[in-house]
Design a protein around this ligand. Structure first.
Ligand code: MG
Length: 378
């Protein structure tokens, strides 16, 4: 069953369907049930449609550029902390771990996770807010929407169609991030799971990075419910940890505890509901979530991170400088539209100069943005 029968190499999707039937829960999104792609394509003999989505995203230039984009802390603050790319990889692995245990479709989960932050501009949410202001009169800017624009229009992969031509399920997953209240369209469980894995991941790694960078101390966090619980576990199970190892053990426990909470709650609920199809799972009131008391503890940690880390004075200064530079570069392009690289001129004609300027800046890495700024304003 697990090894492909060579006869099946001539039968597109046969082995993928066989394998998913054996391994996935009835409420998982099965490849056999995909609504396909906008531009129909023949199926692949041994890669399912969501695996192909994952591969297309992984091989896109926007994905590779995530390595040069900051998550919370910039490159000049050292090289220990997460970039947008390593954050994305952590989200993908955590989501796959939970997805596998729940019997969900790991290929779709991975595609969604690798795509989820692909539209982030340089300088994270600071860059996003500045770009949003620049183009407020033309509908604004959001990284989630731009992620969708990248995979549907901007990435070049085929000679005869725009974008990556992903499956409707992957596109709908990203669309649910753009509009969290899509009427009558509850996100697939795989989509909900990636969203939950995103916060699991950043709650843990932002704690790690902030302590490592000296913005906060473990001592200052020890009374937060979730941190206290994890510290107790660490102290009960390990002795003689120095500061470094204590931080690592705490962060490891933060991930483990969140994943176990989500998993045990969802596994119990899914067993109780006993959904026999995707539609059944989407009709009911079940959502991938933590139990209420655990969600409160997570919210408390997130409030602390927001106030003490994301709004830390060292980051506020970087944020203000980045926003002012983004606005200056935007103005520079608007005043001199011929300065876009030639290959973007056609898109500028389609979407207009201002939107083109926003999109071009949004695609830049932090470093490339700084180089552009230095050239424009020597
Ligand atoms: Mg994220």
């Amino acid at each position: 069953m697990t090894t492909i029968d060579s006869d099946l190499l001539n039968k597109p999707l046969a082995w993928v369907n066989q394998r998913e039937k054996a391994l996935l829960a009835p409420f998982a999104m099965h490849s056999a049930d995909t609504k396909g792609r906008l531009y129909p394509e023949e199926e692949h003999p041994y890669r399912g449609p969501f695996q192909r989505d994952r591969d297309r995203i992984l091989h896109s230039s926007a994905y590779r550029r995530l390595s040069g984009k900051m998550q919370v802390f910039t490159g000049e603050m050292g090289d220990y902390h997460r970039t947008r790319l390593t954050h994305t990889q952590e989200v993908a692995t955590i989501a796959r771990t939970i997805g596998r245990a729940l019997g969900l479709n790991e290929d779709l989960i991975e595609a969604l996770a690798l795509m989820h932050d692909i539209g982030h501009p340089p300088y994270g949410h600071a860059g996003e807010d500045a770009l949003d202001e620049c183009i407020a009169d033309e509908g604004g800017f959001s990284h989630n929407q731009f992620g969708l624009t990248i995979v549907q229009e901007i990435e070049i992969r085929f000679h005869d169609r725009p974008g990556l031509n992903l499956t409707r399920e992957s596109l709908m997953g990203q669309l649910c991030r753009v509009d969290k209240n899509l009427k009558g369209r509850k996100p697939l469980l795989e989509v909900q799971l990636v969203d939950a894995a995103d916060s699991t991941t950043y709650d843990a790694h932002d704690t790690d990075d902030a302590i490592k960078l000296g913005l906060v101390t473990i001592d200052e966090m020890k009374n937060l419910g979730l941190v206290a619980e994890c510290l107790k576990y660490v102290r009960d199970n390990y002795t003689g940890l120095n500061e470094e190892l204590l931080r690592k053990a705490l962060v490891h426990r933060l991930v483990e505890r969140q994943v176990t909470s989500l998993l045990s709650h969802c596994a119990g609920e899914l067993r109780r509901y006993d959904f026999q199809s995707v539609d059944e799972a989407l009709k009911g009131d079940f959502v991938i979530s933590h139990p209420a008391d655990f969600a409160e503890k997570k919210a408390e940690l997130e409030k602390f991170l927001y106030e003490r880390v994301y709004r830390h004075e060292s980051l506020v200064a970087i944020r203000q400088r980045a926003q002012s530079r983004v606005k200056q570069v935007f103005e520079g392009y608007c005043q001199d539209p011929d300065s876009f690289p030639l290959k973007y001129q056609a898109r500028a004609e389609k979407v207009g100069t201002k939107r083109m300027a926003v999109e071009y800046i949004a695609g830049m890495t932090d470093n490339f943005f700084e180089e552009t700024y230095a050239q424009m304003f020597p």
